[in-house]
Design a protein around this ligand. Structure first.
Ligand code: ADP
Ligand code: MG
Length: 268
């Protein structure tokens, strides 16, 4: 029987116009219900990869299948197909200021269901549900621009939650958040897993694969897949992490969790 693949990438390359290769021969299979981290240093290609998975960019070479359909420019040019795809696949951008552009928090969470053509009464219910779930109802009349980074991230997540997509793409979801908000985001990813959602999380925060995703892919400096496997094994492999610039020589991995401590050079 054919596997229930959400994404399948065969030798996918992506070149920005006039630039060097941003993704190099990526082979990847994401099955329904899988939560995976895509680890990589800055510039390794994580954001580019998520944009391909979201049908915003298209392969320069190779093939990308979403829900067993080949995703290319011509298929996504069809508005109905693109809309159906984006009902199933939600994207939480790294920078909430890119995601959020409306005058109030309420407008932000009502936007996607309105775009999907749902009746206004349903939209109001869906929007208030999403705000309630994330404890944001009290902020509904506020301007997203004036919120804290953690609150903005929650609003971005709420705006995706309104469509309850089966597939979540999250780009560096813990970046520029304080520890409490980071913890909240990690709990949210764990909940996605418990709800049998599929999630692809691009990050260089090693706590995410440690706590919340069973498997991970590592993108190397050459923009290709350097390693793929259970997070527990990858996080134990200093050679891979060093080579991908995810740790540096003076940082150690203990029991899979990354943390730093003063390094005593006289003590080997
Ligand atoms: N809009 C762009 N135009 C040209 N080059 C880009 C653009 N965005 C990213 N790149 C280049 O593509 C490579 C991968 O970038 P990116 O996907 O943003 O990596 P990451 O998200 O892992 O930091 C980098 O070399 C980067 O400089
Ligand atoms: Mg990025």
């Amino acid at each position: 029987m054919e596997k229930d693949n959400i994404f399948k990438l065969n030798d996918v390359c992506y070149d920005y116009i006039g630039k060097d290769r941003a993704l190099n021969n990526i082979n990847m299979t994401i099955e329904r219900g899988e939560c995976v981290s895509v680890l990589g240093a800055n510039g390794s290609g994580k954001s580019t990869l998520l944009k391909l998975l979201d049908g915003l960019y298209f392969c320069s070479k190779g093939e990308l299948f979403g829900f067993n359909e080949k995703i290319d420019e011509s298929i996504m040019a069809d508005k109905q197909t693109a809309r159906a795809f984006h009902k199933k696949v939600g994207f939480v951008f790294q920078d909430p200021d890119v995601q959020l552009f409306l005058p109030t928090v309420w407008d932000e969470v009502a936007f996607a269901p309105l775009q999907m053509g749902l009746p206004r009464r349903d939209v109001a219910e869906i929007a208030s549900d999403a705000l309630d779930q994330l404890g944001l109802f009290g902020l509904k009349d506020r301007a997203p621009y004036h919120l804290s980074e953690g609150e903005k991230k929650k609003v971005s997540i709420a705006s995706v939650l309104t469509l309850d997509p089966d597939v979540w793409l999250m780009d560096e979801p813990t970046a520029s958040l304080d520890p409490r908000s980071q913890g909240w985001v990690i709990d949210f990813i764990l909940e996605l897993g418990q709800r049998k959602k599929t999630a692809v999380i691009a990050t260089h925060d090693l706590e995410i694969p440690y706590v919340a995703t069973k498997d991970c892919y590592v993108l190397g400096q050459d923009h290709g897949v350097l390693a793929h496997g259970p997070s527990s094994e990858i996080l134990e492999n200093d050679e891979i992490l060093l080579s991908a610039n995810l740790i540096h020589r003076h940082r150690h991995i203990h029991r899979g969790a990354a943390h730093s401590h003063p390094h005593k050079h006289w003590h080997s």
